[in-house]
Ligand binder design. Structure first.
Ligand code: C2E
Ligand code: MG
Ligand code: MG
Ligand code: MG
Length: 292
């Protein structure tokens, strides 16, 4: 056993590992500082109902406005945050800021719905629902029915009983639940069967090539079929062109999100984009054809 222990200890001093951990530690220190300096910002991407081309909600997507490096996408810093002491503080910031933003839009005359990504450890945090209720109480004009929580299939949801309880409590507050990136995890069907979810989001990795790849198309069709059998609305992500949207509509998918409609944008651009979109519904033929 001692020999084994010695061998394990050798790994701790692996220089590659050491450098990696040191870099992670530095990155976390920087993220902590960024949180204090309010360098994070939520961008928003519209989600569309094809039947009438109306925007049903905006998904909040975090960005880091780094003073030297500029705008950083979540893929470059969320992996460091995952399972660290910053995961819950950052998640709380997102939740609070998204609800704040809903209130600002409401004050400007638009009660927009927002979809918020919640990491599994954040969702499973003992205080999650209490905090959520607190934020909602501090913004009584914001309707909980306008909020969707997007949760990923992941190992932290393995305690499906507890996850189901938490999600059901959120639903009883009036919120909606979406299962994000559906099909990319190992237990998609188990989650579909056990978690109380309202909306299924088909992952963009299946949608992107579905017009040329028969396998991807088969997966997209099957997920739509499955969602319909469970009476869940289904939203396709990664809709990069109007051809994608039209094909999805023909397969029975009625909600879409992607660069083909709009890229994620700063909160300050949303109201103007919405006005522009509403004018386009009236005038642009390829948008009108979606409704057909
Ligand atoms: P997600 O929740 O699946 O969000 C969709 C991602 O796809 C976003 O990337 C969005 O910008 C991108 N996307 C949307 N339409 C298209 C398209 O047509 N083509 C392509 N190629 N990409 C498209 P983003 O903003 O980089 O976020 C990546 C992931 O980071 C998100 O995936 C989500 O899992 C996570 N994330 C982002 N913001 C938050 C947050 O506030 N909290 C948590 N916990 N996770 C977040
Ligand atoms: Mg999402
Ligand atoms: Mg997704
Ligand atoms: Mg994703």
């Amino acid at each position: 056993a001692a020999k084994e222990k010695g061998r394990n200890q050798f790994h701790i001093f692996d220089p590659g590992q050491y450098a990696f951990r040191k870099e992670r530690r530095n990155q976390l220190m920087e993220i902590s500082r960024a949180l204090e300096n309010e360098e994070f910002e939520l961008y928003f991407q519209p989600q569309l109902r094809m039947a009438d081309c109306q925007v049903i909600a905006f998904e909040a997507l975090i960005r880091w406005n780094h003073p030297e490096k500029g705008l950083i996408a979540p893929g470059a810093f969320l992996p460091a945050v995952a399972n660290s002491h910053l995961e819950i503080p950052l998640g709380q910031w997102v939740l609070k800021e998204a609800i704040h933003q809903m209130n600002r839009w409401r004050e400007a005359g638009e009660a927009l719905a927002v979809s918020i990504n919640i990491s599994a450890p954040h969702l499973m945090d003992r205080k999650f629902v209490d905090y959520l209720e607190g934020y909602l109480q501090s913004h009584p004009e914001v309707s909980p029915g306008q909020i969707t929580l997007e949760v990923l299939e992941s190992t932290a949801l393995e305690d499906t009983k507890r996850a189901s309880n938490v999600l059901a409590r959120c639903q009883s507050l009036g919120l909606q639940v979406a299962l994000d990136d559906f099909g990319t995890g190992f237990s998609s069907l188990t989650y579909l069967r056990t978690l109380p979810v309202d909306v299924i989001k088909i992952d963009q990795s299946f949608v992107r090539n579905m017009l040329t790849d028969a396998n991807d198309r088969a997966i997209v069709e099957s997920v739509i079929f499955l969602a319909q059998r469970f009476d869940h609305p289904v939203l396709a992500e990664g809709v990069e062109t109007m051809d994608h949207a039209a094909a999805l509509r023909d397969m029975g998918c009625n909600l879409v999100q992607g660069y083909g409609i709009a890229r994620p944008m700063p909160s300050g651009a949303v109201l103007e984009w919405l006005q522009h979109w509403r004018r386009q519904i009236e005038s642009r033929k390829e948008i009108q054809q979606l409704q057909a």
